[in-house]
Design a protein around this ligand. Structure first.
Ligand code: NCD
Length: 337
């Protein structure tokens, strides 16, 4: 793919070589993401960071990434505060906002909405989640995290064994993740969900055509045996008819220290796109795993910055110019807990 000037809407756009390119740009940005150095390569550029659904990590890490490259951020954080609430079409909103921005990040509750928006935008658009469809930048940061975590264990993505747990029907993060791991060889996936929340057929069809071997179960203990990664997800209650409806599935699959210790290899990595639902009735990933060195969820969230910086650098075509305006950071930086 030619990143420069492209919309980033789906993992369908990516080949393995594109992912390798993105990861190599990301590695070159480490000292900037870690605040050892700053760059002004996007000085004067404006990001339109448009979130029409709740978000913490995705919105802030997209914004912080743009700032770390020297650019400025303008935001909308609620549909109710924009003219969409007055009946304006997505196409008109795209025409207008693309006149004010150099690049737009959009999250929207409807599947396919970001694609429709992009068709009327004069600047590149990045999909930050369109309903239950896709969340491509999440899959990119998830794969980067998987690579980093298993590298330390002498493994690589080819041959990966991964368990996907929870709401596989509505979870856009797992949809994009299935697409991205399908680009690799000898991948095995355990799909663990209640029968009603199984991975949709279009994704299992893709796994079949991509030679990914997979099996489906509703039993957490069985599914998490002998995998490299357990990727836990939240019941996407906002996609159900009612909260009552979603409630039926909360708490059915809950990973805690006892279940992990009894069933997993001692170095199995635990991931979650976050937010985890820590309310008593859900608690899909118990906080008693805090302190387990294989709990990668906060390293995963941190990687959102470096991956999104790399995406901006490539889409805006500045990946070769970062060093030009670089200087040392001159304030106190402390990141270790
Ligand atoms: C995910 C999302 O919004 O799809 N969160 C995120 O972006 N990190 C997962 C979720 O909300 O459960």
């Amino acid at each position: 793919m030619d990143f420069s000037g492209s919309h980033i809407l789906s993992i369908d756009q990516f080949e393995r070589s594109d992912i390798e390119k993105l990861f190599s740009v990301a590695e070159g940005l480490e000292s900037y993401a870690n605040k050892q150095k700053i760059t002004k390569v996007l000085d004067g550029a404006i990001l339109g960071n448009m979130f029409f659904e709740p978000s913490t990590r995705t919105r802030i890490s997209f914004g912080a990434s743009f700032n770390l490259l020297g650019g400025s951020v303008r935001e909308i954080t609620e549909a109710g505060s924009s003219s969409l609430a007055k009946g304006e079409s997505l196409a008109d909103t795209a025409q207008v906002l693309s006149g004010y921005s150099d690049i737009i990040v959009l999250r929207h509750p409807e599947e396919g909405s970001v694609q429709r928006f992009a068709e009327s935008s004069r600047v590149p658009v990045i999909n930050a989640g369109d309903g239950s469809n896709e969340h491509p930048s999440q899959a990119l940061l998830d794969l980067y995290t998987i690579r980093e975590e298993i590298k330390q264990k002498g493994k690589n993505i080819d041959g990966l064994k991964i368990a996907l747990v929870g709401d596989l029907k509505y979870g856009r993060a797992v949809h994009s993740l299935c697409k991205i791991v399908s680009l690799y060889d000898d991948v095995e996936i355990k799909l663990i969900s209640p029968p009603e929340l199984k991975l949709p057929k279009s994704y299992t069809d893709l796994l079949i055509t991509s030679n990914v071997s997979f099996s489906e179960t509703e039993n957490l203990e069985d599914g998490i045996k002998n995998v490299d990664i357990i990727y836990v997800t939240r019941v996407q209650e906002e996609r159900f008819q009612s909260n009552q409806d979603a409630k039926k599935y909360k708490g059915l699959l809950s990973l805690n220290k006892e279940i992990y210790t009894a069933n997993c290899e001692p170095n199995t990595v635990i991931m979650h796109p976050l937010p985890r639902d820590s309310r008593k009735d859900a608690n899909e990933l118990d906080s008693d795993l805090y302190g387990n060195p294989n709990l990668a969820i906060f390293r995963q969230a941190d990687n959102g910055v470096i991956i999104r910086m790399a995406l901006f650098a490539l889409v805006l075509g500045v990946e070769g110019q970062i060093e030009k305006t670089a200087r040392e950071v001159n304030w106190h930086v402390s990141r270790d807990l």
